[in-house]
Structure formats: structure tokens, C-alpha cells
Design a protein around this ligand. Sequence first.
Ligand code: DX5
Ligand code: ZN
Length: 246
Amino acid sequence: APPAIIAPSILSADFGALGKACSDTIGQGADWLHVDIMDGHFVPNMTFGAPVVTMIRPHVEKPAESLGKGTFDCHMMIAEPKKWVKDFKKAGCDLYCFHYEAAINSTAAEEPAATSDKKTSPKELVRYIHEQGLRAGVAIKPKTPVDVLYELLDSGVKEETPDMVLVMTVEPGFGGQKFMPDMMPKVQALRSRYPELNIEVDGGLSEKTIDTAADAGANVIVAGSAVFGAKDPSEVIAKLREAVEK
Ligand code: DX5
Ligand code: ZN
């Protein structure tokens, strides 16, 4: 499996001192920053947009190599993922992770794709993200089965192949929710089919749940409340990494 990557979610950081929170967490051993973007449509909550990413970007050194330390992993919980790719590239995002459910219908996330006249296929969106010079991720919500991703991952066309898959382990929208172990079969299925794929898990990850996720085959670990709520975040980051590497 690919190396362990620990990506603290700044959703649980102090938004009043976000720049410092970002540089601190990298100093405490984090590899990436997981940046949760919510639009109040795709999920019932809002965070911030590209202008805030622009302001926090200088607080963290840009990755020396693709997906290296300092990567801004932007988790786009938004109804119109294609619309914001260029703005997030400009803001300093490195990895643009859109939701499959939003891409199959970029105007109304919950409507079946067939009824939409503005259909964006996930494949086209991955290609578009790559064309803008970003790495591309695809996220699935708990109710979305994993096999919808196989066509995309099996295409054999590099430009259309995602660099990461995010398996949500809570319903997206809020930090501090309970980890859903019943998502692990999705992770296992992906890991057995794709030994080299970056598989990210997000939601409810902590020292208590990390072994379950690591055993299933996840290598990119998002943790919000567990890291930012800790007395000693560096210890939590180290323990998450150990669990994945063991
Ligand atoms: C939830 C977000 C997560 C969230 C995780 O919609 O995608 O990244 O911050 O928070 P914890 O780790 O507290 O569950
Ligand atoms: Zn997230």
C-alpha cells in the first residue's frame, strides 16, 4: 500500500487564527491539510471559499513534490464542483476532491443524472481538474456504493483517472460525528482491486477507530476533532501514522 498520509481537518481549528493553526499542525507532523469546503447546498452547513484558502496558503510551505508535505487537500462538499476548480487552483489548492454525487448532476446533487440537462460526468471533471494543473480526488458519501467508481478507476486513461478516492465514514457536513465501521467493506474492496491507490477516510477518525480503518486498507487519514481537540496534537498525529504503518 502507498505511504501513510495524515491530513488534519482544519474544520475543527480556530477559524479566528486559521493561518497559525495551519502552520502549527504541519509543524506537529501533519503531511497534508484537509480543507473542508461546504456550500450550504450539497451539505447542510457552510464553511468558506477560495479567498480564505488564498489567505492561509502562505502559512504553509508548498509541497516540494506532487502530493508531498504541505499539500492542500480540498474536500469540495459543493453542488457545483466544476465551477470552482479554477478559483481553487489560483488560491493554492493542490488536490481538488469533488463528490461523485455532485458530479453526476452538477446542478441538483440529489436528482438522478438522467433528468439533468447539465450533466458533468465524473470522468470529464477529473480530466478538467488535471488540465488545470491540480490532482483530482473523488469522494463518496455513506449511501453511495463503491462500485460506481470502478469504471473511472479502470479506464486506463491517465488524464481521466483520479489520484485519490475518499470514502466518507460519516455523513458529510459536520466535524465530531461517530465513525461508521460499516463503510470498511468499501475500503477493503478498493484496496484489493487497487494496491497503489490513495484511499482516504474522513469522519470520526481517532486513536480509537484508526486500527479499523488501517486494517481495511486506508492510507490517507483525515482527523479533525481528534487532532485539534487534543492536548498534544503531535502525539495523536504520530499514533495515527503508526497505526497505518504497522
Ligand atoms: C465532515 C468533514 C470532515 C470533518 C471530520 O463533513 O468532511 O473532514 O472535519 O471531522 P472529525 O474528524 O471530527 O470527524
Ligand atoms: Zn472532509
